[in-house]
Write a protein that binds this ligand. Structure first.
Ligand code: SF4
Length: 268
């Protein structure tokens, strides 16, 4: 099942053109695919790789808006150099798959101009859609960077090590937003443990909530039913509610009594 929820808040059309959120351009890349390449770094990434050296690309609302034509205009003066070296254009990030519609249209235009296209991605496709399909079709080359090989012991140790920090934060030592970041980190680790932890629908909800301002979240419940718990600062509540308006909101509060029996059948 595929649910279409826009991941990034980008106006779909501006002067009849698709806009993309761009972090920066590099006109002479030599390590991002074959030959000499013009590299387009897109803004926004949902991963939080510890070794990331492009952290300024994480913010989903950052960067600058460019139309497809504006980006093509930046690229065309370099076309001869790219062609002579067997190169082309690489779109990377951040994570370009968060803006599939824009990348698909950009690649289409570049190919019409005889320019080789390369998609450099971390492989995270939260929502599979026609736009993702089109983007892949328009890519001459896809470079999938595997960021981390599953090692469950390390992952479980990392999750265990978060407990003490979480307790400290909940006791008031540190900014509460860090608890949200921790939830996000734990969810990303947990979903990497097995392909049965989440599914496309859950990923869509989570991505949509994050793009509307939720800091982190996790699934609550078991046995085929449950809830998505989200950590959202008060000023962003309405944005997240608006984005997830089709979902049922369950009121939430903390309580101090721990687990309690709320129904008991003495016959059983
Ligand atoms: S996927 Fe890339 S941009 Fe995103 S956090 Fe990892 S290294 Fe950084």
């Amino acid at each position: 099942m595929s649910t279409k929820i826009p991941i990034l808040d980008i106006p779909k059309y501006h002067a009849d053109e698709m806009l993309g959120r761009v972090h920066s351009f590099e006109s002479f890349g030599t390590v991002d695919g074959p030959g000499t390449r013009f590299v387009v770094f897109l803004q926004g990434c949902l991963f939080r790789c510890k070794y990331c050296h492009n952290r300024d690309t994480w913010d989903l609302d950052g960067g600058q808006l460019y139309s497809v034509t504006e980006v093509v205009e930046q690229i065309l003066p370099y076309a001869k150099f790219m062609d002579a070296s067997g190169g082309g254009v690489t779109v990377t990030g951040g994570e370009p798959v968060l803006q599939p519609h824009f990348v698909g249209l950009l690649f289409q235009k570049l190919r019409e101009n005889g320019i080789h296209t390369c998609l450099d991605t971390n492989g995270y496709v939260g929502v599979y859609s026609d736009e993702v399909n089109h983007m892949i079709e328009q890519s001459d080359l896809v470079m999938c960077d595997i960021k981390h090989i599953n090692d469950h012991k390390t992952a479980l140790r990392e999750m265990r090590s978060m407990v003490d920090s979480a307790v400290k934060l909940l006791k008031g030592n540190g900014a509460l937003e860090e608890f949200g970041e921790m939830l996000h980190e734990a969810w990303m680790i947990k979903r990497s443990l097995s392909d049965r932890i989440t599914n496309t629908a859950i990923d869509s909800i989570y991505s949509a909530a994050r793009s509307a301002g939720a800091i982190g979240g996790k699934l609550l419940g078991a046995g085929g039913g449950g809830f998505m718990l989200l950590f959202v600062t008060p000023e962003r509540h309405y944005l997240v509610r608006e984005r997830l308006e089709k979902l049922f909101k369950v009121p939430f509060r903390f309580e101090n009594g721990g687990s309690q029996i709320i129904f008991r059948n003495s016959v059983l």
